[in-house]
Ligand binder design. Sequence first.
Ligand code: FEO
Length: 411
Amino acid sequence: MYKPLEITKDIFYVGVNDRTKHLFENLWPLPHGVSYNSYLIRDEKTTLIDTVDICYSDLFFHKIQSVLGDKPIDYLIVNHMEPDHSGSIGLLVARYPGIQIVGNKRTVEMLRGFYGITANVVLIQDMEELSLGRHTLQFYMTPMVHWPETMMTYVPEKRTLFSADAFGTFGSLDGGVMDRQLNPERYRDEMIRYYANIVGKFGSPVQTALKKLTGTEMELLCSTHGPVWTQKENITEVIGLYDRLSRYEADKGLVIAYGSMYGNTEQLAEIIACEAAENGIMNIVMHNLSKSHESDILRDVFKYKGLIIGSPTYNNKLFPGVESLVAALQNRNLKNRFFGCFGSFTWADASARELIAFAEESDFEFITEPVIMKQGMLKEVVEKARGMARCMAHKLVSGEEVVPNNKVNCH
Ligand code: FEO
């Protein structure tokens, strides 16, 4: 029933699309779905690279069968144990009882912990090789991209890298599986959103992994999510994007994220945005934290170098949506940003104080003192807000580097 999908000689795509789930990890919206990619290598030793979410195991097994018929699978390589890729291992073992499962020390612990699997497990070390016949597998340990057991598998004969979640993206594969069969532009923002939400905390391990890959020739880049990258310019772009994101480098642009109960704080945000635009910032994204999903805000914050956050004081704290965003940014160790903030209050100011505390703990350049509004919009508050916008525009337009000066003397 399924036509085998051979992405290069003797390597087949046997992954699936999920257009049903609303939330990835039960957290992150999937407006365009997601794919769980798995690959099958046909050789003297038949080998599967990762599995798929258990909800799609039936379809997955049909796809494997379309390639192999009734032949057995010799090896399963487990690059990543998160259940969106390991979920079908138990059923796979039941169907192919002779299969040997290949992983590192952390994988072996997790196979036992998640699935009670201890038999037919092959323990491999960093840079170890396994011959399948015409193909060799080389194992690169890439811990904390984004789980501790994460590794990548390289096939030198095909210059093919199976990279686990790295270089992955949200978005299902609608028709084509390889980049030359589809419009890669569709995935760019979703790749940034995927990175910011799933991998964003682990910039340093991503850098370590990228260094390990230096000099590795790649004609096929096979992630566990999203398109198979086959075009040289796309492979270069995708790796370059991961490199920039994991260094917390960003484009010229400004995110203004704010909470607002009755619209006063929002008006301050509008004033800042208009002034920033008048002063030459073209990429401005405004997020009302009561409406925008945090995953979209994180994407944009990873994308742009300017960040201004505004919040009313609520129960002597930050407005709840702002508090949640600040926690998410701290969790991801966001750095290398020009930062400004504004706060509003009615009888006791707390929001500006908390935003200052956040900035002081981060590697940001605090561009100017916070704008603080009591109750309504006074002329001097408007002037200060415009001043902050002009200062941000100057920093971004001039192309200055961020100089962390997170000690703010404006309490
Ligand atoms: Fe796609 Fe970390 O699982």
